[in-house]
Design a protein around this ligand. Structure first.
Ligand code: NAD
Ligand code: UDP
Length: 348
């Protein structure tokens, strides 16, 4: 019998790539998403790329906070596990609108957990973030590092992690894996799926991509006086396909062992500066990215990269791709879909 997985936020960037992997791995997948930051076109493309497995995907446009809708869903299907991606993720917006973030991310998660518990579905994979390490005092970041949040978005991740640890303490039937993603970038190698943020991108790679396709004139580099190899901030970029594989590995762990509540970093363990990333993207795309050197972005850490040992050991998972492949696939997606899923001239 195929296992049935509920994926919240499955129309989004990381969710859509993971749903495709799950389908190809033989799972039956139900996606719920309110499409606040995504397009139903992503779901259509997942179905096409999944070929014969595409018919194992069901999509419902549902908001996570709509408890009756969730109850109806759980009453109709016995899910074996839930992967919970749904949430708002823009750091700057979270500073402007903290209640929106607390309401959406925390109330949404509590509602999901309540319904899961009531229907006896107690296996969960949750999208946490390296943001919970705040400004790390040293690198690589291990899972045991002290936790700190520097903005409301980060606090929602921290609170949800703590909520998960609490529900496990109260009921050891729960099995929960908290995945702390580092910096997901890249796209499906087909060029048919990728990241399509609404509005002005906050993150480095979508911004570079929009400069490369002519939607924005230049990239503003936030800070050139960090104590790093070239003065710009250093992060651990991870290919979205590797990240999706990490979710398959986490699910397998939930099904194969009695894990309790565990946390794993998903990163490559390598640090890359802003200028190195720009250089790699220019090489992959053949496009020049004009730069404006500016001051530091408030709240930004200097150097963040992951210790990958725990995930390698326990999940038997390791990232395969480097920044050349991340930039190649990002450019393939961008050049075919310069306006994302709404591109009028999308070659797909
Ligand atoms: P995304 O915005 O592309 O996907 C999130 C999806 O959740 C969107 O499709 C959105 O419409 C949906 N959603 C939001 N609120 C909802 C609600 N109340 N009900 C139903 N659907 C809702 O983001 P992503 O990059 O794919 O990120 C997925 C998860 O991973 C998020 O929780 C994010 O915080 C986390 N994360 C992302 C990054 C990153 O850099 N992309 C890094 C660390 C952690
Ligand atoms: N960055 C930048 N210009 C941008 C966006 C990001 O110079 O328009 C830098 C940012 O200061 C950081 C790195 O790129 O050093 C990664 O930023 P991103 O927001 O993608 O990830 P995060 O800081 O959340 O890890």
């Amino acid at each position: 019998m195929e296992k049935k997985i509920l994926v919240t936020g499955g129309a989004g960037y990381i969710g859509s790539h993971t749903v495709l992997q799950l389908l190809l791995g033989g799972f039956k997948v139900t996606v719920i998403d309110n499409l606040d930051n995504s397009s139903e076109v992503a779901i259509k493309r997942v179905v096409e790329l999944a070929g014969d497995f595409g018919s194992n995907l069901v999509f419902h446009q549902i908001d996570l906070r709509d408890k009756p809708a969730l109850e109806k869903l759980f009453a109709s299907t016995n899910f074996d596990a839930v992967i919970h991606f749904a949430g708002l993720k823009a750091v700057g917006e979270s500073v402007q609108k903290p209640l929106l973030y607390y309401n959406n991310n925390i109330i949404g998660t509590i509602t999901l957990l309540e319904v899961m518990g009531a229907y006896g579905c107690k296996k969960l994979v949750f999208s946490s973030s390296a943001t919970v390490y705040g400004w790390p005092k040293e690198v690589p970041c291990t899972e045991e590092f002290p936790l700190a949040a520097t903005n409301p978005y980060g606090r929602t991740k921290l609170f949800i992690e703590e909520i998960c640890r609490d529900i496990y303490r109260s009921d050891s039937e729960w099995q929960i894996i908290l995945l702390r993603y580092f910096n997901p970038v890249g796209a499906h190698p087909s060029g048919y799926m990728g990241e399509d943020p609404r509005g002005i991108p906050n993150n480095l790679m979508p911004f570079i991509q929009q400069v490369a396709v002519g939607r924005r004139p230049a990239l503003t580099v936030f800070g050139k006086d960090y104590n790093t190899k070239d003065g710009t901030g250093v992060r651990d970029y991870i290919h979205v396909v590797d990240l999706s594989d990490g979710h398959s590995a986490a699910l397998q762990k939930l099904f194969d062992s009695n894990i309790g509540c565990e946390v794993y970093n998903l990163g490559t363990g390598k640090g890359t500066s802003v200028l190195e990333m720009v250089d790699a993207f220019e090489k992959a795309s053949g496009k020049k990215i004009p730069l404006i050197m500016a001051g530091r972005r408030p709240g930004d850490a200097e150097i963040v990269f992951a210790s990958t040992e725990k995930a390698e050991r326990d999940l038997n998972w390791k990232a395969k791709y480097g920044i050349a492949e991340m930039c190649r696939d990002q450019w393939n997606w961008a050049s075919k879909n310069p306006y994302g899923y709404e591109s009028p001239d999308s070659s797909n």
